[in-house]
Design a protein around this ligand. Structure first.
Ligand SMILES: [Zn+2]
Length: 175
């Protein structure tokens, strides 16, 4: 398997990504949110290989909430949030006493790892939730500055099951 294929299979990470280093930053992807993300991302992939995207917020119990946006980018493999919509959604999130963490988007045909374009568009100290439609896997990243360059550090994500029990993401088990 060549290097690119390894990266796509999630077996190694590109140079701008790091494994989870701070296990105390844990977030929960509630069952309802997970189902919405999986379904919508799958539909977009099947329709025209497009991505779904939006804003990521969390309540005080670190439960994630996804606010879906219309993707403003017409270029394949890219996403862009409308700035005016962003402002109003952020105001509404603050009114609900939720923290605005960052963004989420789907990858129709690649691993749940932020790409170069994602890194360029990311905000420092923001989170990026990436969902891989083919692998049915969601991974959460925090964007930090290390030695004057942006890196994405993986943050443990706990998947809530239908019955409300929590399942640790398999890739993070033992880490
Ligand atoms: Zn991406």
């Amino acid at each position: 398997m060549d290097k690119e294929a390894f990266v796509l299979a999630g077996m190694t990470l590109p140079s701008w990504c790091r494994r989870a280093a701070h296990p105390e930053w844990k977030f929960i992807l509630p069952f309802r949110e997970r189902t919405r993300l999986f379904r919508r991302a799958y539909r977009a992939q099947q329709r025209d290989h497009s991505e779904v995207c939006g804003l990521l917020t969390a309540d005080k119990q670190s439960r994630l909430h996804l606010v879906f946006f219309v993707n403003q980018s017409t270029r394949p493999g890219q996403f862009e949030l409308d700035k005016r919509e962003l402002r109003s959604v952020m105001t509404a999130a603050h009114a609900r006493k939720e923290d605005v963490l960052g963004r989420f988007h789907s990858h129709p045909i690649s691993a749940a790892i932020p790409g170069r374009g994602d890194m360029r568009g990311s905000l420092l100290n923001g989170r990026e939730l990436v969902y891989d439609v083919c692998g049915r896997e969601a991974r959460l990243w925090k964007i930090l500055k290390r030695k004057s360059r942006k890196v994405a550090v993986e943050v443990p994500l706990i998947l809530e099951t239908h019955s409300g029990t929590m399942r640790k993401q398999s890739l993070l088990e033992g880490s």
